[in-house]
Design a binder for this molecule. Sequence first.
Ligand code: CTP
Ligand code: MG
Length: 250
Amino acid sequence: MSDDSRPSPAAALTAAVIPAAGRGVRLGPGAPKALRALGGTPMLIHAVRAMAASRAVSLVIVVAPPDGTAEVKSLLDAYALPERTDFLVVSGGATRQESVKLGLDALPPEYAVVLVHDAARPLVPVDTVDAVIEAVRDGAPAVVPAVPLADTVKQVEPAAAPDDPEPVVATPDRSLLRAVQTPQGFDRATLIRAHETVTDAVTDDAGMVEQIGVRVVAVPGHEEAFKVTRPLDLVLAEAVLARRRLNDGF
Ligand code: CTP
Ligand code: MG
Protein backbone atom coordinates (compact mmCIF):
# COMPACT_ATOMS: atom_id res chain seq x y z
CA MET A 1 0.00 0.00 0.00
CA SER A 2 1.40 3.41 -0.91
CA ASP A 3 1.38 6.17 1.67
CA ASP A 4 -1.03 8.11 -0.56
CA SER A 5 -3.80 5.55 -0.04
CA ARG A 6 -3.74 5.94 3.74
CA PRO A 7 -6.32 8.17 5.37
CA SER A 8 -4.85 11.47 6.48
CA PRO A 9 -3.75 11.30 10.14
CA ALA A 10 -6.26 13.99 11.14
CA ALA A 11 -9.08 11.76 9.92
CA ALA A 12 -7.69 8.58 11.52
CA LEU A 13 -10.37 6.70 13.40
CA THR A 14 -9.57 6.38 17.09
CA ALA A 15 -10.54 3.56 19.47
CA ALA A 16 -9.87 3.20 23.20
CA VAL A 17 -9.05 -0.15 24.83
CA ILE A 18 -9.85 -0.14 28.56
CA PRO A 19 -8.22 -2.96 30.54
CA ALA A 20 -10.63 -3.54 33.43
CA ALA A 21 -10.02 -7.21 34.23
CA GLY A 22 -7.91 -6.80 37.38
CA ARG A 23 -9.10 -7.84 40.83
CA GLY A 24 -7.78 -4.82 42.70
CA VAL A 25 -5.90 -6.80 45.33
CA ARG A 26 -4.21 -3.68 46.74
CA LEU A 27 -7.58 -1.99 47.22
CA GLY A 28 -8.63 -4.80 49.56
CA PRO A 29 -11.39 -7.42 49.47
CA GLY A 30 -14.55 -6.78 47.45
CA ALA A 31 -15.80 -6.73 43.88
CA PRO A 32 -13.30 -6.42 40.99
CA LYS A 33 -11.82 -2.91 41.24
CA ALA A 34 -13.36 -1.58 38.01
CA LEU A 35 -16.86 -2.46 39.25
CA ARG A 36 -16.57 -0.69 42.61
CA ALA A 37 -18.54 2.50 43.01
CA LEU A 38 -17.17 6.04 42.97
CA GLY A 39 -19.75 8.69 43.74
CA GLY A 40 -22.38 5.97 43.28
CA THR A 41 -21.23 5.03 39.74
CA PRO A 42 -18.92 2.10 38.88
CA MET A 43 -15.32 3.17 38.33
CA LEU A 44 -15.40 1.54 34.89
CA ILE A 45 -18.31 3.74 33.80
CA HIS A 46 -16.34 6.85 34.80
CA ALA A 47 -13.38 5.57 32.75
CA VAL A 48 -15.57 4.77 29.73
CA ARG A 49 -17.20 8.21 29.92
CA ALA A 50 -13.75 9.84 30.15
CA MET A 51 -12.76 8.19 26.84
CA ALA A 52 -16.12 8.76 25.15
CA ALA A 53 -15.96 12.42 26.19
CA SER A 54 -13.39 12.93 23.46
CA ARG A 55 -15.15 13.61 20.15
CA ALA A 56 -12.31 11.77 18.41
CA VAL A 57 -13.06 8.44 20.10
CA SER A 58 -15.66 6.44 18.18
CA LEU A 59 -15.15 2.99 19.71
CA VAL A 60 -14.47 1.85 23.28
CA ILE A 61 -13.37 -1.75 23.88
CA VAL A 62 -13.77 -2.79 27.51
CA VAL A 63 -11.70 -5.76 28.65
CA ALA A 64 -13.80 -7.21 31.45
CA PRO A 65 -13.01 -9.63 34.28
CA PRO A 66 -13.50 -13.14 32.79
CA ASP A 67 -16.33 -13.85 35.25
CA GLY A 68 -17.85 -10.38 34.76
CA THR A 69 -18.43 -9.84 31.03
CA ALA A 70 -22.22 -10.16 31.31
CA GLU A 71 -22.27 -7.70 34.21
CA VAL A 72 -20.08 -5.22 32.29
CA LYS A 73 -22.34 -5.48 29.23
CA SER A 74 -25.41 -4.73 31.28
CA LEU A 75 -23.66 -1.81 33.01
CA LEU A 76 -22.80 -0.29 29.61
CA ASP A 77 -26.44 -0.70 28.60
CA ALA A 78 -27.72 0.80 31.85
CA TYR A 79 -25.64 4.00 31.93
CA ALA A 80 -26.16 6.84 29.47
CA LEU A 81 -23.22 6.97 27.09
CA PRO A 82 -22.72 9.18 24.02
CA GLU A 83 -24.63 8.13 20.88
CA ARG A 84 -21.59 8.68 18.68
CA THR A 85 -19.52 6.00 20.44
CA ASP A 86 -19.69 2.23 19.90
CA PHE A 87 -18.87 -0.27 22.63
CA LEU A 88 -17.43 -3.77 22.63
CA VAL A 89 -16.82 -6.03 25.63
CA VAL A 90 -14.22 -8.79 25.61
CA SER A 91 -13.01 -11.10 28.35
CA GLY A 92 -9.64 -10.33 29.97
CA GLY A 93 -6.54 -12.36 30.85
CA ALA A 94 -4.30 -13.13 33.83
CA THR A 95 -2.11 -10.03 33.45
CA ARG A 96 -2.73 -6.47 32.29
CA GLN A 97 -0.52 -7.14 29.29
CA GLU A 98 -2.65 -10.15 28.27
CA SER A 99 -5.84 -8.18 28.81
CA VAL A 100 -4.67 -5.36 26.53
CA LYS A 101 -3.66 -7.93 23.88
CA LEU A 102 -7.14 -9.49 24.04
CA GLY A 103 -8.64 -6.02 23.59
CA LEU A 104 -6.41 -5.33 20.58
CA ASP A 105 -7.47 -8.67 19.04
CA ALA A 106 -11.01 -7.25 18.88
CA LEU A 107 -9.97 -3.96 17.22
CA PRO A 108 -11.63 -3.58 13.79
CA PRO A 109 -9.16 -2.89 10.94
CA GLU A 110 -10.35 0.64 10.17
CA TYR A 111 -9.04 2.06 13.47
CA ALA A 112 -5.60 3.61 12.87
CA VAL A 113 -5.14 5.21 16.29
CA VAL A 114 -5.57 3.33 19.55
CA LEU A 115 -5.60 4.52 23.14
CA VAL A 116 -5.00 2.18 26.06
CA HIS A 117 -6.58 3.46 29.26
CA ASP A 118 -6.69 1.89 32.72
CA ALA A 119 -10.19 1.50 34.13
CA ALA A 120 -8.42 2.35 37.38
CA ARG A 121 -7.88 5.96 36.17
CA PRO A 122 -11.53 6.98 36.13
CA LEU A 123 -11.09 10.75 36.41
CA VAL A 124 -8.71 11.66 33.59
CA PRO A 125 -9.87 14.99 32.09
CA VAL A 126 -10.89 15.06 28.42
CA ASP A 127 -8.22 17.65 27.61
CA THR A 128 -5.55 15.10 28.51
CA VAL A 129 -7.22 12.47 26.31
CA ASP A 130 -7.39 14.93 23.41
CA ALA A 131 -3.76 16.00 23.85
CA VAL A 132 -2.61 12.37 23.55
CA ILE A 133 -4.76 11.76 20.45
CA GLU A 134 -3.56 14.96 18.83
CA ALA A 135 0.10 14.03 19.32
CA VAL A 136 -0.50 10.64 17.65
CA ARG A 137 -2.45 12.23 14.82
CA ASP A 138 0.46 14.67 14.40
CA GLY A 139 2.74 11.72 13.69
CA ALA A 140 4.11 10.36 16.99
CA PRO A 141 3.83 6.53 16.98
CA ALA A 142 3.58 6.37 20.78
CA VAL A 143 2.52 9.02 23.29
CA VAL A 144 2.29 8.96 27.09
CA PRO A 145 0.81 11.55 29.46
CA ALA A 146 3.38 12.25 32.14
CA VAL A 147 3.73 14.38 35.27
CA PRO A 148 6.77 15.51 37.28
CA LEU A 149 7.44 13.68 40.54
CA ALA A 150 6.79 15.23 43.94
CA ASP A 151 9.00 12.77 45.82
CA THR A 152 12.69 12.16 45.33
CA VAL A 153 13.26 8.62 44.01
CA LYS A 154 15.95 6.24 45.32
CA GLN A 155 17.15 3.06 43.69
CA VAL A 156 17.65 0.37 46.33
CA GLU A 157 18.85 -3.18 46.68
CA PRO A 158 15.60 -4.91 47.68
CA ALA A 159 15.81 -6.51 51.12
CA ALA A 160 15.11 -10.21 51.61
CA ALA A 161 12.46 -9.56 54.28
CA PRO A 162 9.77 -6.86 53.81
CA ASP A 163 10.72 -4.69 56.81
CA ASP A 164 14.52 -4.97 56.62
CA PRO A 165 16.48 -1.80 55.78
CA GLU A 166 17.40 -1.63 52.09
CA PRO A 167 20.75 -0.23 50.94
CA VAL A 168 20.32 2.82 48.69
CA VAL A 169 22.42 2.49 45.53
CA ALA A 170 21.49 5.62 43.54
CA THR A 171 19.44 8.83 43.44
CA PRO A 172 18.36 9.61 39.86
CA ASP A 173 18.04 13.32 39.01
CA ARG A 174 14.37 13.98 39.77
CA SER A 175 14.10 16.71 37.16
CA LEU A 176 14.60 14.03 34.47
CA LEU A 177 11.95 11.65 35.84
CA ARG A 178 8.22 11.53 35.08
CA ALA A 179 5.33 9.49 36.43
CA VAL A 180 3.48 8.07 33.47
CA GLN A 181 -0.31 7.81 33.24
CA THR A 182 -2.93 6.67 30.75
CA PRO A 183 -4.47 6.98 28.19
CA GLN A 184 -1.35 6.12 26.24
CA GLY A 185 -1.84 6.63 22.51
CA PHE A 186 -0.41 4.67 19.61
CA ASP A 187 -0.30 4.22 15.94
CA ARG A 188 -2.21 0.93 15.69
CA ALA A 189 0.40 -1.03 13.75
CA THR A 190 3.15 -0.02 16.19
CA LEU A 191 1.23 -1.15 19.28
CA ILE A 192 0.14 -4.43 17.71
CA ARG A 193 3.71 -5.17 16.62
CA ALA A 194 4.94 -4.43 20.16
CA HIS A 195 2.36 -6.79 21.68
CA GLU A 196 3.27 -9.53 19.20
CA THR A 197 7.03 -9.13 19.75
CA VAL A 198 7.66 -8.39 23.43
CA THR A 199 7.30 -11.29 25.83
CA ASP A 200 8.96 -9.74 28.94
CA ALA A 201 6.61 -8.53 31.63
CA VAL A 202 6.21 -4.75 31.41
CA THR A 203 4.04 -2.36 33.40
CA ASP A 204 2.87 -0.14 30.55
CA ASP A 205 2.23 -0.38 26.82
CA ALA A 206 4.71 2.33 25.90
CA GLY A 207 7.41 0.24 27.59
CA MET A 208 6.76 -2.52 25.02
CA VAL A 209 7.01 -0.02 22.18
CA GLU A 210 10.34 1.20 23.59
CA GLN A 211 11.55 -2.42 23.55
CA ILE A 212 10.94 -2.70 19.79
CA GLY A 213 13.04 0.43 19.28
CA VAL A 214 10.25 2.91 18.50
CA ARG A 215 10.46 6.39 20.02
CA VAL A 216 7.92 7.27 22.69
CA VAL A 217 7.13 10.90 23.54
CA ALA A 218 5.58 12.36 26.68
CA VAL A 219 2.94 15.10 26.74
CA PRO A 220 1.70 16.81 29.92
CA GLY A 221 -0.50 14.53 32.04
CA HIS A 222 -2.89 15.65 34.77
CA GLU A 223 -3.03 15.16 38.53
CA GLU A 224 -6.63 13.93 38.22
CA ALA A 225 -5.46 11.06 35.99
CA PHE A 226 -4.02 9.29 39.08
CA LYS A 227 -4.54 5.55 39.39
CA VAL A 228 -6.90 4.23 42.06
CA THR A 229 -4.66 1.61 43.61
CA ARG A 230 -4.93 1.68 47.41
CA PRO A 231 -7.81 2.57 49.78
CA LEU A 232 -6.57 6.17 50.24
CA ASP A 233 -6.90 6.70 46.46
CA LEU A 234 -10.66 6.11 46.79
CA VAL A 235 -10.84 8.95 49.32
CA LEU A 236 -9.02 11.24 46.88
CA ALA A 237 -11.23 10.16 43.97
CA GLU A 238 -14.41 10.88 45.97
CA ALA A 239 -12.99 14.30 46.88
CA VAL A 240 -12.23 15.10 43.23
CA LEU A 241 -15.79 14.14 42.26
CA ALA A 242 -17.22 16.26 45.09
CA ARG A 243 -15.13 19.24 43.94
CA ARG A 244 -16.37 18.77 40.36
CA ARG A 245 -19.98 18.65 41.51
CA LEU A 246 -19.44 21.83 43.50
CA ASN A 247 -17.78 23.62 40.56
CA ASP A 248 -20.52 22.44 38.16
CA GLY A 249 -23.12 23.81 40.57
CA PHE A 250 -21.82 27.38 40.26
N1 CTP B 1 -5.91 -5.21 34.49
C1 CTP B 1 -6.49 -6.07 33.54
N2 CTP B 1 -6.22 -7.40 33.59
C2 CTP B 1 -5.42 -7.92 34.55
C3 CTP B 1 -4.82 -7.06 35.51
C4 CTP B 1 -5.08 -5.70 35.46
O1 CTP B 1 -7.24 -5.62 32.67
N3 CTP B 1 -5.21 -9.24 34.58
C5 CTP B 1 -6.27 -3.78 34.47
C6 CTP B 1 -6.93 -3.34 35.77
O2 CTP B 1 -8.32 -3.67 35.72
C7 CTP B 1 -6.65 -1.85 35.79
C8 CTP B 1 -5.36 -1.70 34.98
O3 CTP B 1 -5.12 -2.97 34.35
O4 CTP B 1 -7.67 -1.07 35.16
C9 CTP B 1 -4.20 -1.28 35.87
O5 CTP B 1 -3.90 -2.32 36.78
P1 CTP B 1 -3.89 -2.18 38.36
O6 CTP B 1 -4.11 -0.79 38.80
O7 CTP B 1 -2.71 -2.94 38.86
O8 CTP B 1 -5.25 -2.95 38.76
P2 CTP B 1 -5.40 -4.38 39.41
O9 CTP B 1 -4.45 -5.33 38.78
O10 CTP B 1 -6.85 -4.70 39.38
O11 CTP B 1 -4.98 -4.07 40.94
P3 CTP B 1 -3.99 -4.93 41.85
O12 CTP B 1 -2.68 -4.96 41.10
O13 CTP B 1 -3.95 -4.18 43.14
O14 CTP B 1 -4.65 -6.29 41.98
MG1 MG C 1 -2.31 -5.04 38.98
